[in-house]
Design a protein around this ligand. Structure first.
Ligand code: GLC
Length: 415
């Protein structure tokens, strides 16, 4: 059953259908290997951060392999960080020298990636950071790596947000002009709610980005593109981050499209020493849970400095792919149900599942993984010495042993 379909400025039909995408956070921070925010967290200045730029040499970069991995996992679109907050650009921008082509890697990394994913049939999305800790006109605010550097703070009086906005618009124009059809755009992010008094409380928001004008240009260059709302202007969808909403997401009481973006282990950029990796089972459950509430899942990988998606991610993507191969028709084109889910949805209950309100509606039931029949009754006895179930309850008879898949699905065919 599909959710009520909100009106959106972009072409969101494919987005709602496809449900599952790959997020890719990749940049020179992969070399530090301790979070994409490393420059800010450790208050590293430009000079000390330069070593990651000078050494950026992803000699094993093979976007065809990334794209294959994503397709085999069942993902239908991808979103790549063209520029993250550190300001480093993966494409050959004419507006900066701070780009992949000037590192030992010496190439535009976006062009072959877009081509590889497209040829595996995936839709193309760009993440673009609104924040920029490298650009000389971007004010030094609380999140900026130099926010404690008193000398640098003095430069704020010469920093001009309008000039930065021009750069931002120019780069977005390049990205939406030079790589063919771009299906989605993920701006990141506004924090004007942090606006307050004092030098370090100057959060940025839509006026700083000149977001109205920016969106207008985006729509002009790529009609139909699906755009998120982190400029602070509501567009096509919302992006809850590292959280599973507990019900379909609404704004002012109206349902909206949404996509939870999730990590394997907490960091977005490659983080060598992080050991909090989610299990494939948990990841599949998160996907299913999101779809059942009308949301997509954008699951992140952080390729390393040599350009590889490491074994921990590969193992999980492959496991999800095995599940998706058998169960993708419970994901693509799916959404919230009008019926209430049985309690403890992800458990394998003993003996039976009771579905209230479904009597008279079910024609056939089967396990999706092997198309084996699940017999059912309407009301009546369950086991011994328990009061009979009411006649509006469908009782599905389960095998005692959970089927050998990480999240079993029972497919009901309704009359
Ligand atoms: C946040 C973080 C960032 C990550 C993003 C993904 O805004 O700043 O590192 O790229 O969310 O949603």
């Amino acid at each position: 059953m599909s959710a009520p379909f909100p009106e959106t400025p972009g072409d969101t039909e494919w987005f709602v259908h496809d449900r599952f995408g790959m997020f890719i956070h990749w940049g020179i921070y992969a070399a530090a290997a301790r979070n994409e925010w490393v420059k800010s967290i450790e208050e590293i200045n430009d000079q000390d951060y330069q070593k990651y730029f000078d050494r950026f040499d992803p000699d094993l970069y093979d976007p065809k392999q990334w794209a294959r991995l994503a397709r085999q996992a069942g993902m239908k679109y991808f979103v790549i960080t063209t520029k993250h907050h550190d300001g480093f650009c993966l494409w050959d921008s004419e507006l900066t020298d701070y780009k992949a082509t000037n590192t030992p890697c010496g190439q535009d990394l976006i062009a072959p990636m877009v081509e590889a994913f497209r040829s595996e049939g995936l839709k193309v999305g760009f993440y673009h950071s609104l924040i920029d800790w490298h650009h000389p006109q971007f004010p030094i605010d609380a999140a900026h790596p130099q926010h404690n550097d008193q000398e640098m703070l003095k430069s704020n009086k010469d920093r001009d947000m309008a000039q930065y906005a021009e750069y931002l618009h120019g780069q977005v124009r390049e990205l939406l002009t030079n790589y063919g059809k771009i299906d989605m755009l993920f701006f990141d992010y506004s924090y004007s709610s942090q606006k307050g008094e004092g030098l370090l409380a100057d959060g940025k928001g839509k006026d700083d980005w000149q977001a109205e004008k920016l969106i207008e240009m985006v729509r002009d260059l790529q009609p139909g593109i699906v755009v998120n709302d982190r400029t602070e202007i509501p567009q096509d969808y919302k992006t809850p981050e590292q959280v599973q909403p507990d019900e379909p997401v609404t704004v002012d009481g109206k349902p909206v499209l949404w996509e939870a973006n999730q990590t394997f282990s907490g960091s977005w950029g490659y983080n060598r020493d992080e050991c909090t990796w989610k299990s494939p089972e948990m990841l599949v459950q998160m996907l299913v849970d999101g779809v059942s509430k009308g949301g997509n899942m954008l699951l992140n990988v952080g390729p390393n400095g040599r350009g590889e998606i490491g074994p921990r991610a590969v193992e999980r993507l492959e496991a999800m792919g095995q599940w998706m191969r058998l169960h993708n028709r419970s994901i693509y084109g799916c959404g919230p149900s009008d019926f209430s889910a049985p309690p403890d949805l992800f458990a394998w209950p003993f003996g039976c599942v009771r579905l209230t309100g479904l009597a008279g509606k079910v024609k056939y039931a089967q396990l999706l993984n092997d198309a084996s029949e699940i017999r059912f009754r309407e009301g009546g006895e369950v086991g011994y010495h328990l009061a009979p179930e009411s006649s509006d309850t469908v009782i599905l008879e389960l095998p005692t042993v959970k089927p050998p898949v990480i999240v079993p699905v029972i497919e009901l065919f309704l009359k």
